[in-house]
Design a protein around this ligand. Sequence first.
Ligand code: BES
Ligand code: ZN
Length: 398
Amino acid sequence: MLSLLSSLLCVTLLGLRAGAFPIDDFSVTSQKFLSSAVPDGFSINLDEERLVQFSDDEPPVWMTEREKIRAKALGRKFFDITDTPLSKLAPAPLAASRAYPKLNKQDLVHPVLANLTVDGMITNLQKFTSFRTRYYRSDTGKASQQWLVQRIGEITEEYASTSLAALITVTEFTHPWGQNSIILRIKGASEEATAENGTVLIGAHQDSANMIPFLPAPGADDDGSGSVTILEAYRGLLASNYTPVQDVEFHWYSAEEGGLLGSQAVASAYAQRSVNIHSMVQLDMTAWVKKGTREEIGIVIDYVDADLTAFMRTLIDAYCSIPSVDTKCGYACSDHASWSKAGYRSAFAIESTFDNSDKNIHSTNDRLDISPEFDFNHMLEFSKLSVGYIIETAGWAK
Ligand code: BES
Ligand code: ZN
């Protein structure tokens, strides 16, 4: 009874986006799932106190994990800052404002784009969505992460020349909750250029989550799509024997759905180690083209770096066959926000405007076979964008 009351109270207090989902359904179902025992295969303490920040204007608040899960289901976005409080954020080492030059590597980029296909993305995403959930505190979320590490290794073995393979390292960035973030690095040919201009970074989140975390979450669009999109960009670069001038890193974050936990841990560790990052671009949801709408690439314009974002538009004009459209995502909406908060330049490309985006996320229906609106050719446009971004910013050592 008490927990039903607190559930109703929560709905009243946090129901800022009433209509975003059927509140009655959630309070009843969540009551059932969040007040009974945690099922096997999950390691969550629903009573654990977490420190959660909902905006830059209000102080962070302590709440239980259970309340945090409810807040998210009610459409609230937040950083869970329990493990990475602002006081632990060192200032990021940024060079003075960097103007983005006109694109000048078209001759190098276009042949790589011609190598990119949907084939690998289809098989990779079929496997990735076959885990019951990729929830960051679940056994299957750990297994999906291990599979992704293994798949990266297979792609490296199959497509990298011996000299290129010697420049590549895959590291697990360990988190206390089980599923680790993955960091794939291609060492650049010039240490001086990396020190001066920074590492070029692209990322996506590997975890998925049902609104009620114990239920299945195939996470095909959110963010299986972004995860395999950057993997295809990596494969295409290797197949073209690409060696960057500056270091390039691909990141697959854990625990985005828990409040940007993985990306905050990585970004704050980089800032503490004074790692110079040229720019961070992230892809979260790249598959959906809503029926009856024009196919576009959404460019998020809030909580991002304006110059990098403008540069993204020029990359889309040059390397994609569809136009860009500006959109907003709100506070703490995805992993780019962790890098912005740590003081780095970040940008975010997404499948469409926020309004036209996939409404199946965080449910059992976030499947790749749910509708023809789930479109691998749309994802391919984001692989092209990724390749253009990497070659234009990290250079090509010939
Ligand atoms: N991919 C979503 C963000 C999103 C949702 C973008 C809808 C565009 C349209 C992301 O994985 C997510 O779910 N973010 C959370 C916030 C997070 C900090 C808990 C959200 O939006 O609820
Ligand atoms: Zn999500």
